[in-house]
Design a protein. Structure first.
Length: 505
């Protein structure tokens, strides 16, 4: 195994550190917060975030995707690197100021429309601001990721997670401000992290703007914007429709289940941070011929990403039962179903890279329009019949259909020669285990037998990893070696840089 592959594994472990903290810390807080806040409180929080996420989609105008791509286009020129970053940041900040003003003026009416009462207008407004401050720092994090500076990425992410965790518990459990304390914690953490990163980058990169670079980014991003907005509608309509057709408490139960299962999505983001720079490099360097090597390269990432999805799905009952009081236990099957949905999103992440490289971003918007109508239609039918659990099934079914369309389009415009036999075996084991676990709970099979089945299924997945060549003696030895090195090196730099040296290390 070469030095570059060893670096990839090292960065994989480094990127996992903030994933662990961003998920373990909320899990630590969950037993405390769910015994203070009701399912209705979590429902209000979830509905306020629907507006925050949607409007921030307009604010960013899909510039995160264009910035990630164009970084590689300008990375060898220090001045252009700065101009790309600062032009992008100025654009999204001006958008935020305009939409924040509109939100503030009309917040009573918006709160009534989204949450059902003007009583929650302040939660809605500050949720919007907190979402922006959390999201705007992502441009700095993309820079760290693209330069393979995993340590900086990790350290700032952990700092934000720790601030959010401590402030949330302090405001909700000690000061007792209610559910808005969670929003205030996100807001304060977002301000501090964005401020620190802005100061650091301002010292390293001279402020400079470039209209032509901004226009180039906008040409790539604007076809993606409808897709992102429709994607937000598709991903958030389940909670809104639960509140409309069922109850705000049902939204709270669903949001807890979604929060637990979302561990899978955040873990996959960590994996994406590792493999996406290499995928882009092989696309730009190998053009169409790079598709075969990319396929072989991605198989281990498919395996390790879906492994987390399988584990969360199989043990959703244990997680929810331990962390929450009985009033939240309706989230158990929601976690299992949504785990399948998030697990299969791996191929959507890769598909986005394929279409971005091919400059066919408008395709994603077309598919998103189809997806949103499908998601809304299925959610209306399923929620009316089965409530929050129906929303989970509707989300999964809509995701499978739209994901299939997305995969086909991505393969058409830039073909990745996937190792279909291995990938199919991994996915079928994942889906089969998840469905089996739900079925055994539904028919009331004794818990001792169910836990045995879960352990056997985990062993089966490990066996598939060995047969597919992902788990090998060489890989295991390499992982052990890297873990020892990381433990001994502590804060020593373990990543190299792919861009210009600008004094951020």
């Amino acid at each position: 195994m070469g030095k570059k592959e060893e670096l990839q594994i090292k960065n994989s472990f480094l990127y996992l550190i903030p994933i662990v903290t961003s998920n373990v810390l909320p899990f630590i807080a969950l037993p405390i917060l769910t015994r203070i806040l009701t399912t209705e409180d979590y429902g209000v929080l979830a509905l306020a975030r629907i507006y925050a996420i949607f409007v921030n989609g307009v604010v960013h105008f899909a510039m995160t995707a264009s910035y990630e791509r164009n970084y590689f286009q300008y990375r060898n020129d220090r001045e252009n690197t700065a101009q790309l970053l600062y032009s992008t940041l100025l654009f999204v900040t001006l958008n935020f100021l305009v939409l924040a003003s509109v939100t503030y003026v009309f917040k009573p009416s918006i709160s009534t429309l989204i949450i059902g009462s003007p009583e929650y207008q302040h939660i809605l407004f500050w949720a919007f601001c907190a979402q922006f401050l959390t999201g705007v720092s992502c441009y700095y994090f993309i820079f760290f990721k693209n330069t393979e500076n995993a340590q900086k990425y990790v350290s700032y992410t952990i700092a934000g997670n720790m601030m959010n965790f401590v402030l949330s518990l302090f405001l909700v459990a000690y000061v007792e401000v209610g559910v808005i304390g969670i929003i205030y914690a996100e807001l304060c953490a977002g301000v501090l992290i964005f401020g620190m990163l802005s100061y650091k980058f301002a010292r390293a990169l001279e402020f400079s703007l470039n209209k032509s670079i901004l226009r180039e980014s906008l040409r790539i991003s604007y076809p993606l914007t409808p897709r992102i907005l429709f994607g937000v509608i598709g991903s958030q309509c389940d909670k809104y429709l639960i509140g409309l057709l069922a109850s705000v408490g049902g939204v709270g139960t669903y949001s807890i289940g979604q929060k637990v299962s979302y561990v899978i999505a955040t873990y996959m983001t960590a994996m994406y941070n590792v493999f996406s720079p290499r995928v882009y490099e092989q696309m730009f360097e190998g053009k169409a011929e790079g598709g075969e090597s990319i396929g072989r390269y991605l198989t281990p990432f498919v395996y390790v990403s879906i492994a987390v999805g399988l584990f969360v799905s199989l043990f959703s009952e244990e997680v929810i039962s331990i962390l929450t009081p009985p009033s939240y236990h309706g989230a158990i099957d929601i976690v299992a179903i949504l785990s399948v949905y998030y697990g299969l999103l791996f191929f959507g992440m890769v598909g986005g890279t394929q279409l971005m490289f091919a400059r066919k971003t408008y395709i994603t918007s077309v598919i998103s329009i189809v997806s949103i109508f499908l998601a809304v239609g299925l959610n209306v039918i399923f929620i009316s019949k089965w409530g929050a659990i129906g929303a989970a099934w509707a989300t999964l079914l809509a995701g499978v259909v739209s994901g299939s369309l997305y995969f086909a389009a991505a393969q058409h415009y830039y073909e990745i020669k996937w190792e279909y036999g291995r990938v199919l075996g991994i996915c079928l084991t994942f889906v089969g285990g998840s469905v089996l676990g739900i079925f055994l709970r539904y028919v009331g099979v004794d818990y001792s037998f169910r836990i045995l089945v879960k352990l056997i299924w985990i062993w089966l997945y490990v066996y598939i990893g060995m047969r597919s060549g992902v788990i090998t003696g060489e890989n295991v030895a390499m992982v052990k070696k890297i873990l020892r090195e990381l433990k001994m090196q502590g804060t020593e730099e373990v990543s190299t840089r792919a861009g210009p040296k600008i004094g951020l290390g």
